[in-house]
Design a protein around this ligand. Structure first.
Ligand code: NCD
Length: 306
């Protein structure tokens, strides 16, 4: 990916080289963070437009901008309080906001929405989660966390557990990890499997892929245990969601069968898929990921804007 001045829409924009470049920049940002910040992006303004709920992602982007010395304007409830309620198009919204801000960060429930807004925008637009398939910056911070823990990304067995049909985070992880020599194990309940075309694409590229419903059986093989919650908001029928809730619960007993140097990642929020008792296990990295996410987003903002 060529960062400077460009939109970040999908993980498809990345290759090995651009990932490593970003990770090296993120390492420098960890140092900046430990010093409290910098004024590199002084006078730059970021607009965050969220059409879906968020706790971590919006605050992470906003904190990243503030730690780089920039400023933030925000609307966390675009769906009910923006001019979109007056039927303004996303194209016009993008054109408008880009007359005021130097970069736009957006989250939206519909696939294609980020491109639509980016088509109108005169400044870079960064995807902060779109529909059930794309969440590139979360994928980046997850893969950065794996890279830090294992000192690289090749020769790893990556286990993806949970709602593999609807987790845009796990789809984004695959979109980045496919550039490395990894083995994949997909664990999902029947009906929430990883889309067939993702599995086929990996197999065609020569990757080893195991698909199963049985977490206990395959957990001991995993270097990376990547969990996701059942994505409640993607179910039209609430009863269907209730049937899947609690399908997989990673607890201390199960962690007893995992490798000693395995890591557990999760984008959060969690519901019940990781027992709280696992938090004190040194292999649990899901709170460390939040700090890594800040460094990744600072690195992205610097590479795109500075
Ligand atoms: C994820 C998301 O919004 O897709 N959360 C996040 O960005 N940290 C994961 C989720 O909601 O399950």
């Amino acid at each position: 990916m060529n960062f400077k001045g460009n939109h970040l829409v999908s993980t498809e924009q990345f290759d090995r080289e651009s990932l490593f470049l970003l990770f090296e920049e993120a390492e420098k940002m960890q140092k900046v963070l430990s010093e409290g910040g910098t004024d590199l992006l002084k006078h730059k303004v970021m607009a965050t437009l969220f059409f879906e709920p968020s706790t971590r992602t919006r605050f992470s982007f906003e904190t990243a901008m503030l730690r780089l010395g920039g400023k933030v304007i925000t609307n966390a409830d675009m769906l009910s309080t923006s001019s979109v309620t007056k039927l303004e198009s996303l194209y016009d919204t993008g054109k408008t906001i880009s007359q005021m801000a130097d970069v736009i960060v957006m989250r939206h429930p519909e696939v294609g929405s980020v491109e639509e807004l980016a088509n109108g925008s005169d400044v870079p637009v960064l995807n902060a989660g779109e529909g059930a398939h794309r969440h590139p910056t979360q994928g980046l911070l997850d893969v950065y966390t794996i890279w830090k823990c294992f000192n690289g990304l090749d020769d790893l067995t990556i286990g993806l557990i949970g709602d593999l049909k609807n987790s845009r985070v796990q789809h984004s992880q695959i979109g980045l990890l496919k550039h490395f020599d990894c083995k994949f194990i997909f664990v999902a309940p029947e009906g929430l499997e990883m889309p067939e075309k993702v599995v086929e694409h990996l197999k065609d590229a020569g990757d080893k892929v195991t698909v199963t419903t049985n977490m206990e059986e395959v957990l001991p093989e995993m270097d990376v245990i990547s969990m996701s919650r059942i994505q409640k908001e993607r179910f039209a029928d609430p009863e269907e969601y209730q049937r899947y809730r609690g399908a997989y619960v990673l607890d201390a007993k199960l962690m007893g069968s995992a490798k000693n140097d395995a890591i557990v990642i999760h984008p959060l929020p969690r519901v019940d898929e990781i027992a709280v008792e696992v938090d004190s296990d040194p292999r649990a990295k899901y709170f460390e990921q939040i700090r890594n996410g800040l460094a990744i987003r600072m690195a992205l903002l610097k590479l795109i804007l500075a």
